[in-house]
Write a protein that binds this ligand. Structure first.
Ligand code: PLP
Length: 383
């Protein structure tokens, strides 16, 4: 693992990636003995962001009441006309994802934001929710919890399946098991035309693809910042169009839940907790702008090509820029996952899906060719 470099930029990159080829090496806290190829599950946080996070925690501990009750928000005491630190962080994140600050609230992760939405829907027994076979298991449990009638569709066929019983569509922007970018703009446009709510799970999107939530066309969108934006763990957001803000209940009811409260206040106070991770999000945005994303994508393409050369093809579809899912020959997924780590110190998830064994590798800004070499060597020996 080292700074990225040595890759020839590939043509036809999205302009957003192509514009950002300047690399400023940044330090990470990762164990140098491990080829960490699982940024998609648990992203790493760079040193300057982690230091900002800890600085904020220390500031809080010096004066807990001043920090939490005066400086954080204007809800408890008069902040002297200033919106408070939380609103500043929210505004920075909103600008990064192309949203109005008033439509976005920080949340501990995409799961929490989507739980607020799914559990507020109050589905009737005949209501259908259209989704795909590529969704994240943890959120399928949330839909099960509300006894949703989920209908699995191929992403390209989902809009045509919308009918009179369809209450909502639920799709990932970038899928978890298959690492594909789904056509969310078209799906949301189709849902809107049919008068159906569109809910997008964007856990993998912020920092991996450029976002313009005001233009995307979704009704509701939730994302995680601790994955590809490399913010501290426990950072994500929930965004909705203004017309949905009144019916989406917070996951925790506390002081912010009262008659005059706006979206930010109702979702903003979940009881006493450490807000330092949220407040470090602007620093994560700043550091993310220094990453050589072009090199990450080129390394992911290179790794994909090398694995294809071993007879291990990528799952077909539009691939995520920095994360790829590869189909392996049938076998024990858990055993391979264990051996990759125990014998080769390669941290990469292997899972089973519909009887198929899938390996999903992620390329973070800290990965280099040595990490890919180690993965390729390990798979050559183990398979
Ligand atoms: C598509 C998708 N949605 C949601 C999640 C959950 O993310 P978080 O734990 O940050 O809420 C994941 C995690 O990998 C995911 O892949």
């Amino acid at each position: 693992m080292a700074g990225s470099g040595g890759h020839t930029p590939l043509p036809a990159l999205e302009p957003w990636l192509a514009d950002r080829c300047e690399s400023t090496p940044v330090e990470w806290l990762l164990d140098p003995d491990v080829a960490y190829l699982n940024h998609g599950s648990f992203g790493a946080c760079p040193v300057p962001v982690f230091e900002e996070y800890q600085r904020l925690q220390r500031e809080l501990e010096r004066e807990p009441t001043n920090f939490l009750a005066r400086r954080l928000t204007e809800w408890f005491w008069d902040t002297g006309g200033r919106p408070g630190l939380l609103a500043d962080a929210q505004a920075a994140l909103a600008a990064f994802v192309g949203a109005r600050a008033a439509d976005l609230v920080l949340a501990p992760n995409a799961t929490s934001g989507l739980n607020a939405v799914i559990r507020s829907l109050r589905l009737g027994p005949k209501d259908e929710v259209l989704t795909t076979a590529h969704e994240y298991g943890g959120l399928l449990r949330t839909w099960e919890f509300v006894r949703a009638n989920l209908v699995l569709c191929e992403p390209d066929a989902l809009v045509d399946r919308i009918g009179p019983s369809t209450r909502a569509v639920f799709v990932s922007h970038i899928t978890s098991p298959t690492a594909l970018v789904l056509p969310v703009e078209e799906i949301c446009a189709g849902a809107r035309e049919a008068g159906v709510l569109s809910i997008v799970d964007g856990a993998h999107a912020p920092g991996q693809v450029e976002l313009d939530l005001d233009e995307l066309g979704a009704d509701v969108y939730a994302g995680s910042c601790h994955k590809w934006l490399c913010a501290p763990k426990g950072t994500g957001f929930l965004w909705t169009r203004p017309e949905h803000q009144s019916w989406i209940e917070p996951v925790v009811i506390s002081w912010g839940y009262h008659g005059e409260a706006d979206f930010a206040e109702r979702h903003g106070w979940l009881g006493t907790r450490d807000p330092a991770a949220y407040l470090a999000v602007p620093k994560a945005i700043e550091v993310h702008a220094t990453f050589d994303l072009d090199a990450c994508r080129a390394l992911a393409d290179d790794a994909e090509r090398r694995l294809a050369g071993l007879g291990l093809p990528r799952i077909p579809g539009v691939p995520a820029p920095f994360m790829r899912a590869i189909e392996l020959p049938p076998g024990d997924a858990a055993e391979l996952w264990r051996r990759l780590y125990d014998e080769f110190r390669v941290e990469v998830p292997v899972s089973e899906r519909d009887g198929r064994r899938i390996l999903r590798f992620s390329i973070g800004p800290y990965n280099d060719e040595d990490d890919v070499d180690r993965l390729v060597t390990a798979l050559r020996q183990l398979l």
